[in-house]
Design a binder for this molecule. Structure first.
Ligand SMILES: [Zn+2]
Length: 377
């Protein structure tokens, strides 16, 4: 049986250096489109059933986040539904990630994190379109001609926005969205029903369809890092941000959650807009209140680890969370989930997983409901 590696599918990304035998497979990660970032990999390995394979990914000193590799374990799946973790080691000196896996069948998939394909995105949108009270709208086109999908639901006066996957390789963000939407469309769920009564929710589950399909970590098809485009989005470079921000201007925004993944930090955390020029005591209290509400609801969340807080007035207004906080004077936050694991509740077999993303989303909706009275005031 010939061993083969392929990434010629939705979200796939790898380059084969050598694929001679199961114990001698060398791969490299291609750079994102028109960009220097490299980190996302997703490929299929065929013809190696029941053989101990050693896969070396080299050249990772040049990766976007070298700190993402120590302590990282690669994701593996046979059916592309269940993704577990396999033995992985990183040689910092060489910049080489060595993955050990023994395929249980003739075809397995390996990825940086459980992938979320554009086909699955369309399944999600199709599921939502059949739900009473849910509206689907295309806000415009990406540069590759894909739709920028907005899901609207709820009838209340509070304007809640949730967006995900500005960085397309952070697929945990769309798994989070799937969990959130599953809860919001469950008519037996009292938190969802109440939230839809007091608020109108606008959800963009995938801000970066072009980067997603191309298998990029951080940029769209034009090489733009969308989370650096919020100050001056341009139709010929970042139409995704241009259209979403324009819609926010039209509807207003009382609360915005921008969902991401972090390569290096092995925990869930929130990054707030503390350094924005007009950051207020009220925004600080809402930020503290929301984080406390989430801490009560999810043991997977923590507030010890995270990014350093920007000094007063030093925030980069090209970043979504900062731009929205400044623009609307509201509570605006970035949620970061790990590629590795949530070390406050480690799971050696699965690491941080799609299922855990979904659970965290449910807890986040609970925290948001707990804060609605204060968000409105
Ligand atoms: Zn991100």
């Amino acid at each position: 049986m010939t061993i083969a590696i392929s990434s010629s599918f939705d979200g796939g990304n790898i380059e084969v250096v050598r694929c001679e035998s199961p114990e001698d497979i060398e791969l490299r990660i291609p750079r994102d489109t028109h960009s220097d970032f490299l980190q996302w990999f997703y490929f299929r390995l065929t013809g190696a059933a029941d053989q101990a394979c050693t896969i070396r990914i080299t050249g990772l000193k040049e990766s976007a986040y070298p700190a993402g590799w120590p302590g990282y374990r690669a994701c593996v799946s046979e059916d592309r539904e269940i993704w577990w973790r396999t033995d992985t080691a990183y040689d910092e000196q060489a910049g080489t990630l060595t993955i050990h896996v023994t395929p249980g069948s003739g075809s397995i998939y390996l990825a940086y994190f459980a992938p979320y394909s554009m086909e699955r995105h369309h399944d999600l949108i199709a599921d939502m379109s059949g739900v009473v009270g849910v509206e689907i709208e295309s806000l415009g086109k990406t540069l590759d001609g894909q739709d920028i999908d907005l899901i609207t639901m709820g009838t209340g006066p509070l304007n809640i926005w949730m967006i995900g996957r500005q960085h397309p390789g952070e697929t945990m963000a769309e798994w989070w969205m799937e969990g959130a939407l599953d809860m919001l469309t469950d008519h037996a769920n009292p938190v969802a029903r109440k939230l839809l009564e007091v608020a109108t929710l606008r959800i963009v589950p995938n801000m970066n369809p072009d980067g997603s399909r191309r298998g990029n970590l951080r940029v769209n098809g034009a090489g733009a890092n969308l989370n650096r485009e919020w100050a001056e989005p341009a139709l010929d470079r970042s139409p995704e941000v241009y259209h979403v921000r324009a819609k926010m201007d039209e509807t207003g925004c009382d609360f915005c959650l921008d969902v991401h993944g972090d390569e290096a930090i092995a925990n869930n955390f929130i990054a707030g807009p503390e350094g924005t020029p007009s950051f207020s005591r009220r925004q600080q209290e809402l930020l503290d209140g929301w984080k406390a509400a989430l801490l009560e609801r999810s043991p997977d969340f923590q507030t010890e680890e995270g990014y350093p807080v920007d000094k007063s007035g030093q925030a980069n207004l090209a970043i979504c969370t900062n731009q929205i906080a400044e623009r609307f004077g509201c509570l605006s936050m970035t949620l970061e989930m790990p590629f590795k694991d949530a070390n406050v509740m480690p799971d050696e077999m699965m690491g941080w997983s799609p299922e855990r993303c979904g659970e965290l989303a449910r807890a986040c909706l609970g925290a948001t409901l707990a804060m609605t009275a204060r968000l409105q005031a």
